[in-house]
Design a protein around this ligand. Structure first.
Ligand code: PMP
Length: 354
């Protein structure tokens, strides 16, 4: 049965990527060997790593602009501490827009003073704070571009006189931005890029090496840069699948082309949420995420019917996160407009039954 996979992450990846990835686990390009049994120092894998790193920079429009792309381990959560370890000398600013920002703040406090420049916590993170002032002289400002759990997304980014660091885990490669405004971008692979196990870090080299503390080798961005992201054994499968997905995106027409479809998908579901009295959106309209749509059902008596219809149609992964409740439809790059159409048809059918 065809499934429509709205999972928040790990999540849907392109079918053809999955097919190639599974073939490579058996045998990598007629080499007689599996992708996961060859040395990471082999020519074949070094090429895979280099292709993945250069595709990431190319798709973001950052080739030749002083950035390095790294595939690290430890998830985006490891970046919460690596960012602070490598960049926080005295004081950093954090925009608090959700659970993941809070976790980043908690880690950064281990290394220096943390200023919360603005927060939407009191409204359970249902919007993005606006009109706040970022003081001068910070070591960096950290923002989360898309709040996976709450379904909010930054539509514009603060102008700052310090390095701008962004957790882009759940919307990287989904929309066009001037990525050169950021000095460090990180993202766990398991949304728009690949399987869990690799984390992409794109860092502008000239912001590094400025803190006075000793940084352990594994946590030091400069170590990984100097070793071309091969300081230790990289997560070979996750890097390979990321490379395939980035190649798929490039062949598709890059971020501009996927953004067009992502916008259509988001418009389709949000217009249903707005028109249909059975459903109510969670996030403030102007801050709605194009990746994760959060909503609740207004008439509880229809919940069981909705859940049953979704199950019958092969819809997977729309249960909301416990801190929001209700539903969350995650619509990452590989999810088709048709899949969103299937969900929206069920939603509009429910209005007729209500
Ligand atoms: N940041 C954001 C925005 C996320 O959505 C997630 C995971 N869903 C994380 C950080 C944590 O990522 P990881 O599980 O890779 O540590």
């Amino acid at each position: 049965m065809q499934k429509h996979n709205f999972s928040a992450g790990p999540c849907i990846l392109p079918k053809e990527v999955m097919k190639k990835a599974s073939e490579a686990v058996v045998e990598l390009e007629e080499s007689g060997l599996s992708l996961i049994e060859i040395s990471h120092r082999s020519d074949a894998f070094v090429e895979i790593m280099e292709t993945a790193r250069s595709l990431a920079l190319e798709l973001l429009g950052l080739t030749g602009k002083g950035y390095k792309a790294l595939f690290l381990q430890g998830g985006a959560s490891m970046q919460f501490l690596m960012v602070a370890y490598n960049l926080l000398e005295s004081k950093a600013g954090y925009l608090n827009t959700g659970t993941w920002s809070l976790k980043a703040i908690k880690e950064a406090k281990l290394y220096g003073e943390v200023l919360e420049v603005a927060s939407s916590q009191e409204q359970n993170f249902n919007h993005i704070p606006k009109n706040y002032v970022v003081p001068q002289g910070l070591d960096y400002l950290h923002v989360t571009s898309n709040n996976t759990i709450f379904g909010t997304q930054l539509k514009s980014f603060p102008k700052v006189d310090c390095p701008l660091v962004c957790d882009m885990s759940s919307d990287i490669f989904s929309r066009q931005l001037d990525f050169s405004k950021f000095d460090l971008i990180y993202a766990g692979a398991q949304k728009n890029m690949g399987p869990a196990g690799a984390t992409l870090v794109v860092v502008k080299e000239d912001i590094l090496g400025k803190v006075s503390r000793q940084v352990p080798s594994m946590l030091n961005y400069q170590t990984h840069i100097s070793k071309d992201s091969m300081f230790n054994t990289p997560p070979v499968f996750a890097v390979y699948v990321s490379m395939l997905t980035l190649q798929w995106l490039k062949d598709f027409g890059g971020i501009a082309a996927i953004e067009e479809i992502n916008t259509k998908k988001a418009n389709l579901i949000y217009s249903e949420i707005d028109l249909n009295p059975v459903f109510s959106g969670f996030a403030a309209k102007e801050d709605r995420s194009v990746m994760n749509a959060t909503f609740t059902i207004t008439d509880d008596t229809l919940k069981d019917l909705f859940d049953a219809k979704c199950m019958e149609a092969g819809i997977n992964g729309i249960k909301g996160h416990r801190s929001v409740g209700g539903y969350r439809a995650s619509m990452y790059n590989a999810l088709s407009l048709d899949s969103v159409g299937v969900l929206v048809d069920i939603m509009s059918d429910l209005e007729r039954k209500g």
